[in-house]
Write a protein that binds this ligand. Sequence first.
Ligand SMILES: [Zn+2]
Length: 57
Amino acid sequence: MKAQNSEYEQNHKDPVCGMEVSHDAAGEEIIYQDKTYYFCSGACREIFETEPEKYIH
Ligand SMILES: [Zn+2]
């Protein structure tokens, strides 16, 4: 579906703890409202899932 893009070369910010996580190193990812979020760990993912609205602004 999606064209290749440069997103995979970038680091992503873990919205919960603010840590930079590379695509390869990301322990967890979820898609929320059509955006993919990457997390350093399952713990951060769980926190995000509890209150996603808190972290996407
Ligand atoms: Zn984290």
